[in-house]
Design a protein around this ligand. Structure first.
Ligand SMILES: [Zn+2]
Length: 166
């Protein structure tokens, strides 16, 4: 089942409801409802790939540098789409939900640095409960010469943000 909306939602580190074929020659990615995808994590429950019949496994990528080239191949296209969309003139607000910008995530730091330095109309809002995350972003933006007025930290959960604003 495909679900579309008017706003692109790019999950750059995979998702709890994404499953990937365990067969190296296939690697087809499928998206499921959360409750179905969660069952795959339970022992003894398998979903077969529609393409080749191998078992599907969860596709969550820890935010660390190039630890697994399988993941980087799979997500390469997704990251390219994100970069392209964020460089467009129409891209002026980037919302980052929950992500804490770990030092080890060189990919994400590079992407943020690149797009914020090339798209000067882009502002970034980070939705996260942890004030330490705010400090990390501030330090990072200072290091890459991004003016503080382009950054907003919203200290709340995603649900609180949605409930309050919509
Ligand atoms: Zn397969």
């Amino acid at each position: 089942m495909r679900i579309f909306s008017g706003i692109p939602l790019l999950k750059l580190h995979g998702s709890m409801n994404w499953l990937m074929c365990s067969n190296k020659e296939c690697r087809k990615i499928s998206i499921f409802y959360d409750d179905i995808a969660h069952k795959v994590a339970e022992s003894g429950f398998h979903i077969k790939c529609k393409n080749c019949g191998s078992n599907l496994i969860r596709l969550i990528i820890p935010p660390i540098w190039n630890k697994n080239e399988i993941y980087s191949d799979i997500l390469k296209r997704l990251w390219q789409v994100a970069r392209s969309r964020l460089l467009e003139d129409a891209a002026n607000n980037l919302f980052v939900v929950g992500y804490s910008l770990p030092e080890s995530d060189i990919y994400a730091r590079y992407l943020l640095s690149f797009i914020l330095n090339y798209n000067n109309s882009l502002s970034i809002s980070v939705i996260n409960r942890d004030p330490k995350t705010d400090e990390k972003y501030k330090q990072f933006f200072e290091r890459i010469n991004i003016k503080p007025d382009r950054y907003t930290f919203l200290q709340c959960s995603f649900k609180e943000y949605i409930d309050y604003n919509f």
